[in-house]
Design a protein around this ligand. Structure first.
Ligand code: HEM
Length: 455
C-alpha cells in the first residue's frame, strides 16, 4: 500500500505538551488489566469502540495500550513506524519467533533484511511457484473428493503447510511428518501468557521451538555445505549477502525460515477457510465465480497473467479478507510521545492498530456485516486503495508475503471451484475462534461432490 503524505493538521501531530487528555476507556484490574477479556472475547474491540469511540485505552499483557480503529488513526500509526512507533509483538510471540526474525527486527537491520527476503517474493519467483502450488493443491482436492465428508480447516492447514515447506525449504509433505506436528504445537503457544512451565502452552511451545530449530539447522547446514544451495527461498537466503558482503548467520537463518513457515501458512489457511465458508453460504457469488472461470482456456496451465484476468475472484477475495481479516491488528510501542485525534499517546504505551474494526466502518462499508464483493468492483469507489482497507497492514512493515498469499489464494480458489461442489453441514458451530487467526469453531465441516463427474 503506498503511503500517502500525512496532513499535518492540529489533529495529527507530534506534541510534547501534556495538555491533551488520554483516550477514553478503562485500564481494568490491577496488573492483568483487561487481558483475559481480550484473549477470550472476539467482540472486545467492537464493544469498546461502540462505547468509547475509535480510539480508546485499555491495559493488556502488562501495560497500558491504546486501540486505534479509525482510518486516519491507522494511517498515522502505519506511516510513522520508527518515528513515533515501533513494532512490539506480545512477549509470548517475541520469545517464540526469536529476536532475529524479520517481524521483530527494527530500523536499518529490518530494512536490510527485508530487501533480502523480498527477493523470494518478486514476480519472477512467484511465477516459478505456480506449478508447485497447483500440483499440491490438486492432490489434496483428489483426496477430499474421495473422502467426501470432512472438516475443511485442518485439511487446508496441511495444504498451506505443505506448500510452504516445499517452496521455502524444499521439503515434501511437511504436514505428514513430525515437523508438522511440532509446528502445530509451537503455533498454539504464540499468543498466550508467557508462563514458562512444563504444563503451560507457552512452556510446551518453547520446547517445540527448540526441536524445530534443531531440524532447521540440519537442513540449513546441508544447504550451506552444498555447491548448489537450491532455488527455493532457503537457497536464496543462504546465498544472500548484506550490504557489507557478509552472509546471514546460522541463528538468523533459522529464525527467518521459522517466520516464513509460520507466516506462510497460518494466515493463508484462515483466509482460505473463510473463502470456503462465505462462498459456500452465498450461491449467487459462487455462480458468478464459476461463470468467470468458464472463460479460462480449457486445460491451459495457470499463469500470473491468466489469474490476473479473474477480476471477480479478486473482488471476492478482497471482500473475504474485509469481513474476516486473517490478522486482526498489529502491535506497536510508542517510542516518542505524540498526539492522535486530540488524544495523548504517552511514550512506552502499547498501541494496537485494529484491522478488524477498521473494516467495519459503516461510512466506508454501508451495512458492514453483509458479504458483498461488489464493494470492490472496479470503477466504483474502491476502498482497497485507501487506509480503510488494510488486511496486509501498510507502511514499512506491510506484509512481505502479500503477493505470495494472493497468488496461493487464487490458485486454491480456482481449483476448488472447478472441481468441488460443497455443502456446509448443518448443526455445527460456525462462530469464529480468532486467536491466532480466525477459523470456524468446528473446523468447517462440509460434504463434497465432484463437479467434473457431475457434468
Ligand atoms: C492472507 C494472508 C496474509 C495476511 C492477511 C497477512 C497479513 C500481514 C500483516 C497485517 C502484516 C503486518 C503486521 C504488522 O503491521 O505488524 C504482515 C507482516 C508480515 N507477513 Fe503477512 N500476511 C499474509 C500472508 C503472508 C505470507 C504468505 C507470508 C510469507 C510467506 C507473509 C510474511 C509476512 C512477513 C515476513 C511479515 C513481517 C514484515 C515486516 O515486519 O517487515 N505473510 N502480514
Amino acid at each position: 500500500m503506498p503511503i500517502e503524505p500525512l496532513p499535518l493538521t492540529a489533529r495529527f501531530m507530534n506534541t510534547t505538551t501534556s495538555a491533551a487528555s488520554l483516550p477514553p476507556g478503562t485500564l481494568g484490574l490491577p496488573f492483568i488489566g483487561e487481558t483475559l477479556a481480550f484473549l477470550r472475547d472476539r467482540n472486545f474491540a467492537r464493544d469498546r469502540a461502540a462505547r468509547y469511540g475509535p480510539i480508546f485505552k485499555t491495559h493488556l499483557l502488562g501495560r497500558p495500550t491504546v486501540f486505534v480503529c479509525s482510518e486516519e488513526g491507522c494511517r498515522f500509526v502505519l506511516a510513522n513506524e520508527s518515528k513515533y512507533f515501533v513494532v512490539s509483538w506480545p512477549p509470548s510471540t517475541r520469545k517464540l519467533l526469536g529476536s532475529l526474525s524479520l517481524a521483530l527486527q527494527t530500523g536499518g537491520v529490518h530494512y536490510q533484511r527485508r530487501r533480502i527476503l523480498a527477493q523470494a517474493f518478486q514476480p519472477r519467483a512467484l511465477a516459478g511457484y505456480i506449478e508447485t502450488m497447483d500440483a499440491i493443491c490438486c492432490s489434496f482436492i483428489e483426496r477430499w473428493l474421495q473422502v467426501r465428508s470432512l472438516a475443511w480447516y485442518p485439511e487446508l492447514r496441511q495444504l498451506t503447510f505443505d506448500i510452504a515447506c516445499k517452496l521455502f525449504v524444499g521439503m515434501d509433505s511437511g504436514s505428514h511428518n513430525e515437523l508438522g506436528e511440532q509446528f502445530e504445537l509451537w503455533c498454539q503457544g504464540l499468543f498466550t501468557l508467557p508462563l514458562n512451565f512444563p504444563w503451560t502452552r507457552f512452556g510446551r511451545a518453547r520446547r517445540n521451538r527448540d526441536w524445530l530449530l534443531q531440524q532447521l539447522e540440519e537442513i540449513i547446514r546441508k544447504r550451506q555445505e552444498s555447491d548448489d544451495p537450491g532455488d527455493d527461498a532457503l537457497g536464496l537466503l543462504v546465498r544472500s549477502r548484506d550490504e557489507d558482503g557478509s552472509q546471514l548467520g546460522l541463528d538468523e537463518l533459522k529464525d527467518q525460515v521459522l517466520l516464513l513457515l509460520f507466516a506462510g501458512h497460518e494466515t493463508l489457511t484462515s483466509s482460505l477457510v473463510s473463502f470456503c465458508l462465505l462462498v459456500g453460504q452465498h450461491p449467487d457469488v459462487r455462480d458468478r465465480l464459476l461463470a468467470e472461470l468458464d472463460r479460462l482456456p480449457d486445460d491451459a496451465p495457470l499463469t500470473l497473467e491468466s489469474l490476473q484476468q479473474l477480476t471477480y475472484l479478486e473482488q471476492v477475495l478482497q471482500e473475504v479478507m474485509r469481513c474476516i481479516p486473517p490478522v486482526g491488528g498489529g502491535f506497536r510501542t510508542v517510542i516518542q510521545e505524540c498526539e492522535l485525534d486530540g488524544y495523548r499517546l504517552p511514550e512506552g504505551w502499547g498501541v494496537i492498530y485494529q484491522i478488524a474494526q477498521l473494516h467495519m466502518n459503516p461510512d466506508r462499508y454501508p451495512d458492514p456485516d453483509r458479504f458483498d464483493p461488489d464493494r470492490f468492483a472496479p470503477g466504483s469507489d474502491n476502498p482497497s486503495q485507501t487506509y480503510s482497507y488494510a488486511p496486509f497492514g501498510g507502511g514499512l512493515r506491510e506484509c512481505l508475503g502479500k503477493e505470495f498469499a494472493r497468488l496461493e489464494m487464487k490458485i486454491v480458489a480456482v481449483r476448488v471451484l472447478q472441481a468441488c461442489d460443497w455443502t456446509i453441514t448443518p448443526d455445527q458451530d460456525l462462530s469464529l475462534v480468532v486467536i491466532p487467526s480466525p477459523r470456524p469453531r468446528d473446523g468447517l465441516r462440509v460434504v463434497m461432490r465432484d463437479r467434473r463427474s457431475a457434468g
